[in-house]
Design a protein around this ligand. Structure first.
Ligand code: BGC
Length: 469
């Protein structure tokens, strides 16, 4: 950063301060976010026509796995950058038939933009073709296979194997699917091929799969969390509190669609000009505003927009940007992770690596610019982690309230690229959760869920079908 004169230097400092202020959320603000979220949860559970921005969608999964699920299943994982098909065998543990062990084989298929932004027939035809390629490869074309379908978008479910798409998120925009039952669409595409013998017996959100697979080994697991391309949570709710579903006894897992929090304006006070710009340039404006402050699909873009503003105001890069810096989507969230990682311990070395990334973007940074870019990445990451912490704390308090107890240990099964790969996110989030829950009697544990989207869907499918292996 080489300001031309003192006035400009002062202006830069003021601009940095203002950006810092906008992105910083103190505990009081975070507790307000929690309070609002708790009211919206209750409101969302009560009425299907509620004004709550939380979907609070019943999943029809009514218990965590009991451990005696066995069999061979196909699991489909759709909702991130790629599509995955998995063959999952749930078997007796060697020497202990009361416990199970899971064997998996999987194949990853890319999802070209032409497919995820094309039409329904092309989309489901492609998905069915990927499944057929997998079955062919594994000699499964003639075997009957129950399918657990992890479909990571908001679905209104009327049963475990029915789900009407409410809206697309995360850069997907396939025409002709909104308002339709995606199980029926996929089944039609599979039947049209006529070369496979599989049946979708359960459709689950990725948060639900994550919670289920974690609960297999963690008895206190009552919450599932994803912080990846998108952001969402689910939790076990008392059925008597879920007014959209009949029944008074037992529990039901609720897909909160946490990413949609704020879509009714309740977060407007803390949304910045950068959040608004990310939203208005997205494929789904006014939708999933909380997700757009937290998840991997948007963190890089938030950083880019802030850097653009700092550049235009002459506060960094000597006021000179580059074509890439000014192009949407060019500052990847992976850069944010790399920059955070590389600056953690070794400042000097860190600056060299930050410089390399910035040079790739066609910029010519000095040390002060590298430092500034690191600060922006950190502020954006910290705010995301703290907002996510407020979400988790609010849900955990609701779980405790349902159990009517003084103190409670809640385990959160968690997955997603931001949680796994960002170097500071998980720590910042768990520290903040601890602060926000201090004195409430709730203690929260995060457990990384291994392959929840695959294993979890198979576990739900297992609960639904006969043992087939
Ligand atoms: C979707 C959720 C999903 C989350 C994480 C969001 O965009 O609406 O259903 O769980 O992403 O994948």
């Amino acid at each position: 950063m080489a300001p031309n004169n003192e006035g400009q230097a002062e202006g830069s400092t003021t601009l940095f301060k203002s950006i810092k202020q906008q992105l910083h959320l103190d505990n009081e603000q975070l507790k307000q976010v929690m309070g609002t979220m708790q009211s919206e949860m209750v409101e969302g559970l009560c009425r299907s026509d509620s004004t709550s921005s939380l979907g609070m969608l019943p999943s029809y999964v009514s218990s965590v796995p009991c451990g005696d699920e066995r069999g061979c299943y196909l699991a489909l994982d759709l909702g991130g950058t790629n599509f995955r098909v998995l063959l999952i065998k749930i078997l007796d543990e060697t020497n202990d038939s009361k416990k199970c062990r899971v064997e998996m084989a999987n194949q990853i298929f890319s999802l070209p933009e032409s497919i995820i932004q094309g039409d329904s027939e092309g989309f489901f035809g492609y998905i069915a073709e990927c499944i057929a390629m997998f079955c062919e490869e594994h000699g499964l074309m003639d075997s009957y296979l129950p399918v657990g379908f992890t479909f990571s978008f908001p679905l209104e479910q009327r049963g475990l194997n029915q789900g009407v798409l409410l809206t697309w998120t995360k850069g997907f925009d396939v025409s002709g699917v909104k308002g339709q039952d995606v199980v029926q669409l996929l089944t039609a595409a599979i039947n049209k091929r006529g070369d496979m013998n599989c049946e979708v017996v359960a459709i689950v959100n990725d948060t639900v799969g994550t919670m289920m697979s974690c609960a297999l080994t963690e008895p206190h697991c009552k919450i599932g969390l994803i912080v990846g391309t998108g952001c969402n949570a689910c939790y076990m709710e008392k059925l008597s509190n879920v007014h959209m579903v009949d029944g008074e006894h037992g529990d039901m897992c609720i897909n909160m669609e946490l990413g949609g929090f704020g879509d009714n304006g309740v977060l407007d006070e803390i949304r910045t000009e950068f959040d608004k710009a990310v939203d208005s340039d997205s494929l789904n404006p006014d939708c999933h505003l909380f997700e757009k402050m937290i998840s991997g699909m948007y963190l890089g873009e938030l950083v880019r927009l802030i850097l653009c503003k700092l550049t235009k105001e002459g506060a960094i890069f000597n006021g000179e940007g580059s074509k890439k810096l000014f192009t949407p989507g060019m500052f990847k969230t992976a850069y944010v992770s790399e920059i955070e990682y590389k600056s953690v311990d070794d400042k000097l070395h860190g600056n060299i690596l930050i410089r390399n990334i910035l040079q790739e973007l066609g910029l010519t940074p000095d040390d002060a610019d590298c430092e500034a870019v690191h600060n922006v990445c950190h502020l954006v990451s910290k705010r995301a982690a703290h907002l996510c912490a407020a979400g988790v704390a609010a849900v955990a308090l609701k779980v405790k309230e349902n159990h009517d107890t003084e103190s409670m240990k809640v385990t959160v099964g968690v997955d997603g690229t931001v949680y796994r790969k960002h170097p500071t996110f998980s720590k910042l989030m768990s520290q903040k959760v601890e602060e926000l829950c201090d004195g409430t009697g709730v203690s929260i544990d995060f457990v990384l869920s291994h392959d929840g989207s695959g294993k979890g869907a198979a576990l739900v499918a297992a609960a639904m079908s006969e043992k087939v292996c």
